[in-house]
Design a binder for this molecule. Structure first.
Ligand code: ZN
Length: 492
């Protein structure tokens, strides 16, 4: 190439770069906000302090779901159910609670228009245990039901008695005011959500299917109004779960001939298993920024500073970069792939005996789009060793839930209600990485959402299932207002 050719080539590269920058910028500027505005802020009056006292009293019932086999305290559950009946007399009288399974409750508020499909508000009565060595680390004892420093303290204050109480407070006040819904309102409280919901929510869902009830929408716990938890988002973001991950545990097992360790084979059962586990950790299932998490990014992008906005507006170019950044952090990595964790390993009986067996358990959280059979074939492919058997561990497993739409009337009702009650918050759909009772209802409604209307900041994340679980009195007030506004918005 001569001097002239070089110059021409350089000019070509410069103009191409200018064009690329122009395209990126135009795409960024063309993004339109998806937030509904303007919205009238909620004017509903709530006596949050009185409600806080009633929540505190509900926390005194140690309705603990014990792990495998251990007996739950039936009197605590019965006590809580009695307490709710006495505390919310209008709900008890008009919505006539029905016991389902061993301790779940269903309330039905009959609407005036039978043509309209009912709505379903879900929450759960049970809580996780407090480890004996943790109890003394709490600022207030976990089952004392204390209100102090503007907070209600105790196990269940967030997960999930805040929701149980806020729903009942909202319904009681609507009944007292003589409200009459056009659309029927179902409320269901499971009693075993923390151990899978098989005897509670699954039974309730079975009962609803038997009665031929389908729901316009279903709302359960899941996400929160997050504050300071999303990188790049200065405002609070109300994340609404539109799907949840599935779950399956896979057992890897190696059998070998026992014998004396003085004449060992090159690889023992444990060595073979260990090599398989290393291969598995090196090749996790594929990550992708499409899907539900991709939707979340598209909802948040227009609200972000220009640089991030440019990145998210041009995923055709930046998807690999975004994916790499998200994969680097466990919390975001979990939202873009089927996650795997080797959680158990065993093998060997004595230091000088060759192990006849080695076994490991790998827990998978399945992203919508992947299926349990995909997980099994991925594991078999990666392990690629006939000596290692791969099987599904019996017990709890479920496919990822279907993905509910952000275009539905139900999502719009949630969106507008959130903006009314939390005017400072943005709204975005998201993928719930844990499991909720909502998954049992996917066959009964195409609009299943997961959102607990309370604020969650960085210091609150560890309180859920952890030490010093608490909710502020003001947050409880917002939750009550949210459920009342939402019911009015969708059943009036
Ligand atoms: Zn929960």
């Amino acid at each position: 190439m001569g001097g002239l050719g070089l110059k021409r080539g350089l000019r070509f590269v410069v103009s191409l770069s200018a064009l690329l920058i122009a395209v990126l910028a135009v795409n960024a500027l063309r993004l339109e906000s998806r937030q509904i505005e303007p919205v009238q802020p909620s004017r509903i009056e709530v006596d949050a302090a009185a409600a806080a006292g009633r929540l505190a009293a509900a926390l005194k019932f140690a309705t603990v779901s014990e792990e495998a086999g251990a007996q739950s305290d039936a009197s605590a559950f019965a006590g809580l159910v009695d307490y709710l009946a006495n505390t919310y007399p209008a709900v008890h009288r008009m919505l006539r609670p029905e016991k389902i399974g061993e301790g779940s409750i269903l309330y039905v508020w009959q609407g005036s228009d039978n043509e309209l499909e009912p709505i379903l508000l879900l929450a759960h009565l049970d809580v996780v245990p407090v480890a004996p060595d943790e109890a003394t680390s709490w600022t207030q004892p976990p089952f004392a039901g204390k209100v102090a420093e503007g907070f209600v303290w105790g196990r269940g204050a967030m997960d999930d008695k805040s929701s149980v109480i806020a729903i009942l407070e909202a319904m009681e006040s609507l009944l007292e005011r003589g409200y009459s819904p056009r659309r029927s309102i179902y409320i269901a409280f499971g009693h075993d959500e923390e151990v899978g919901g098989q005897n509670g929510a699954a039974r309730i869902a079975g009962e609803m299917a038997a009665r031929g009830v389908n729901f316009e929408w279903v709302l359960d716990e899941g996400f929160f109004v997050t504050e300071g938890l999303l990188p790049g988002a200065a405002d609070p973001v109300a994340l609404v779960g539109i799907a949840e991950k599935g779950i399956v545990s896979v057992a890897l097992e190696v059998q070998a001939a026992p014998g004396h360790s003085s004449v060992p084979p090159r690889h023992t059962a444990i060595g073979i298993l260990a090599a398989a586990l290393v291969r598995l950790e090196e090749r996790p299932m594929a990550a992708s920024v499409d899907g539900v998490t991709g939707q979340m990014l598209q909802w948040l992008a227009p609200e972000m500073p220009f640089l991030q906005r440019t990145v998210f507006a041009n995923m055709w170019l930046f998807a690999p970069l975004v994916r790499a950044r998200m994969e680097a952090v466990p919390r975001t990595a979990a939202t873009i792939r089927t996650a795997q964790a080797i959680t158990m390993v065993s093998g060997g009986i004595k230091e000088n005996v060759l192990p006849s067996q080695a076994r490991a358990v790998v827990n998978f959280r399945i992203r919508p789009g992947d299926r349990i059979e995909d997980v099994i074939s991925h594991v078999s492919d990666v392990v690629d060793d006939e000596r290692v058997s791969v099987s599904i561990l019996p017990g709890l497993h479920s496919e990822a839930s279907p993905v509910s739409s952000t275009q539905s009337q139900a999502f719009a009702a949630l969106h507008v209600t959130i903006r009314r009650v939390f005017p400072d918050a943005l709204v975005a759909p998201a993928l719930v990485v844990g499991a909720t009772d909502a998954r049992h209802f996917s066959a009964l409604s195409s609009n299943v959402y997961r959102f607990l209307p309370i604020r969650l900041g960085p210091s609150d994340v560890a309180r859920i299932h952890g030490i010093d679980e608490r909710i502020s009195i003001a947050d409880l007030g917002e939750a009550i207002r949210f459920y009342r506004e939402l019911v009015l918005e969708t059943t009036r």
